[in-house]
Each structure stands twice: as C-alpha cells, then as structure tokens.
Design a protein around this ligand. Structure first.
Ligand SMILES: [Ca+2]
Length: 202
C-alpha cells in the first residue's frame, strides 16, 4: 500500500487500515507501529478505510523514533472519535504530549513547547473533541508559532513567536501519554496519522 504520488515531505503516514496483527504499517518510511495492550482493528470503521479502536485502559501503539520536534517546521494530522478529558492521542516517549485533551472538558491541546527557562507551556484550544463525533485534529509548528486545528479550522495559536521547540528523540505513542501514565490512555478510535516536515494547514 503506497501513495500514488509520493510526497517527500510526508515523513510518516500510518493509515491504520490493517485487519489483523500487531503491526501498524507506515506508508512513508520503515517506522511501523507496534500494537500494545490489544487495541482492535476496525477495518470498516474509519474515516479513511479502517481505523484502530483503543480501550482507554492499556491499549496504545509504539513506534521507533520518527521526528525530533527541535528539527524545524512540521505538521501532524489525525482523525479521532471518542476520548475523554486528560487523554492523549499522540505523544513522544521521553518527550511531550503532542496532541491531547485537557483535564476538565476534553478540549484539544498540545504540550509541545519551547525549551529552557522561558518555556511558555501548553497551547489550549476551546474546541471540545470528545463529543463522540469524528474530528480531524492537527498541530502545526511553522518555526515560530504553534497552531492547533480541528476540522479544518484553526482553534488556537501562540500570541508571540517562540524559540525552537524542545528536543526529544524518542519514539511515538498513539493513544497514550508520554509516560504511559494511567488516565492518559485514549478511549475511542484513531485513524490516518500523518507527519509532514512542512507547514500543512489541515
Ligand atoms: Ca485508516
């Protein structure tokens, strides 16, 4: 399975279209994901073909290192359905929670931030993504500003430019926080995760 038109800026693409097995294949590189804890393939259940259903208890997907946020512009997009406050959609081992919900209302936020003492902390949107509908969520770093997107609309950004994002070289987790802490496991479906090393307005 591959893109007919190859996009060299697409550094990772997990369609999550498998029907069985513990490998989530990556169409853009050899950084496949490994299913942990027993998430269940939903071959007819996704927005783009199949998706993956996670139980919110101990299900997640682990990948080898894919991208260091300190390396410059990048964009992450994914489809999700479900979830609850405090859960993570995409995180980096030994790094930040790239896409997660806030602890109270289930609003999209990112904990990717700049490094050092001048760290400005998370970006929180006002967009509740845990209403049980499919949402296309995205994070964009243009080298100066962070942006969050939901369903094609920009829902949050930085008021002032930042220094580089904090360096982290770990692999990624789908559906769990960066320390695999209880309460961060995502309950619902995730589909079609893409990472580009450029600005993509989702
Ligand atoms: Ca899919």
């Amino acid at each position: 399975m591959f893109e007919e038109v190859s996009d060299p800026t697409l550094v990772a693409h997990w369609p999550l279209d498998e029907a069985q097995g513990v490998t989530a294949y990556n169409n853009a590189s050899d950084r496949d994901g490994t299913l942990m804890g027993g998430p269940v393939w939903q071959p007819d259940g996704g927005v783009v073909a199949g998706a993956l259903l996670l139980d919110g208890v101990d299900d997640y997907v682990s990948t080898d290192p894919v991208f260091n946020p300190a390396d410059g512009k990048f964009s992450v997009v994914a489809w999700i359905k479900g979830g609850a406050p405090g859960q993570a959609i995409l995180s980096q081992a030994d790094g930040a929670n790239w896409l997660r919900t806030d602890f109270v209302e289930g609003k999209l936020m990112t904990e990717l931030t700049n490094s050092g003492r001048s760290s400005v902390g998370p970006v929180l949107s006002q967009a509740n993504i845990t209403d049980g509908n499919w949402h296309r969520i995205g994070f964009v770093w243009d080298g100066s500003y962070r942006y969050l997107y939901v369903d094609g609309a920009e829902v949050a950004n930085d008021a002032a430019p930042l220094s580089d994002l904090e360096s982290a070289e770990g692999g990624l987790y789908f559906g769990a926080g960066s320390t695999l802490a209880p309460g961060t496991f995502f309950w619902g479906m995730i589909d079609d995760i893409r990472i580009y090393d450029r600005v993509v307005a989702p």
